[in-house]
Design a protein around this ligand. Sequence first.
Ligand code: EPU
Length: 426
Amino acid sequence: MQIVRIAGGGKLAGRVAISGAKNAGLPLLAACLLTTDEVTLRRMPELNDIRFMAEILEYLGCDMTRTDDRITVRARSLNQDPSYELVRQMRASICLMGALVARNGQVKMPLPGGCVIGQRPIDLHLRGLQKLGCEITIEGGLVCVSARQLRGARIFLGGRYGSTVTGTANVLSAAVLARGTTIIQSAACEPEVVDLCHLLTAMGAKINGIGSPTLEIEGVDSLHGADHAIIPDRIEFGTFLLLALITGSCLRLPRDVAPLAGAVIDSLEQAGAIFEVDGEDFVVRGDRSELRPMELTTLPFPGFPTDLQAPMSVLMTQIPGVSLITERIYPNRFMHINELCRMGADITMEGATSIIKGRRALSGAPVMASDLRCGAALYLAGLAASGETTVQRIYHVDRGYDHFEEKLAKIGARIQRQRADEVETL
Ligand code: EPU
């Protein structure tokens, strides 16, 4: 078991490179199954979730090659369904369903189980596929989806908490090879869905309304190979932006990612943060003494992203006054709160809202990551805290942040990965 040890309290400085987006890379890899030609995906982040997905594609029968940040997939023939052993390692493997049914006419997939950030149903994915003509049954923990011929349809994909990102990816991936026209209403508008649309278009799909909540898809008989660069990770960008403010440091981030993080930048500017553009850099001069408390609600894109709720909570602990953050996508995604309180934060919960009384200094403590974004928040808290923080269960962080510790060390963080049984002073 590995842990990360962080000696907090220091200032950081420098430029941080932002990797390709995990949540684009996963559905894009699934989309490679839609053609027998070769598809090359560039700027693929080095992450455990991407490795799991690549392993699943290989298991299904794809030829895969990886060189640096480039993955080439050739799905000449797909000879088996994903196994429970593989799928249970990563919930996002659900986004293979649409492509597999489009390609093979049927698929049996283990139903993804629960998740620490709350209930994560797939009813909208299934409803969308049913509208496209799929028959769906659930047997022995497997969801069995089959269609003799996918047919275009009008599909409303909105749910109780808004649109669904991987649900839109699934329905879209099936609709591109359906006969006739599909209209998806309340489609997710996340940049990762837009990126999938761009890959599918490069493969020969016909999609109108890209980036809007209404996608119109004219089915085609077949798709061909493509070469595509994945969009940068707006959540990684937001995490480093918040890190600069949390630690009072000056960091430079690639300017071209900023348009994907509009809600984050705007809420911080309203709270008094000042950002500058210098050539290709987006410069964050982390002077948190000027920041005022915030009231935020997480929302589907272009609103404030749920994936930055936990890191934003860390910043709120450092701003004098009371800040509120309400979670509208996953009302139970608050596993970081108790860990932050163990580091000295003053946070109480009222339903899906955390009430954060800021400006109590954080002090290092042993803490535990229970999911990816909780883990990232604890790294940030550890870097702001006095003394040493040890973070356990860092495998969650390895799923979604590309070379996180290396990037942090490069800007001056005192951070070290160790086996839990090896203890030395940093
Ligand atoms: N929902 C339903 N029914 C469905 C699907 C979703 O009710 O069939 C609900 C969910 O329970 C949730 C809301 O709709 O309340 C939104 O869920 P969505 O389906 O959009 O989430 P997802 O596609 O499973 C992706 C990201 C998440 C990110 C969310 C929201 C991937 C692989 N995952 O999940 O990323 O938080 O969108 O933006 O793209 C992460 O990276 O840490 C992460 C959890």
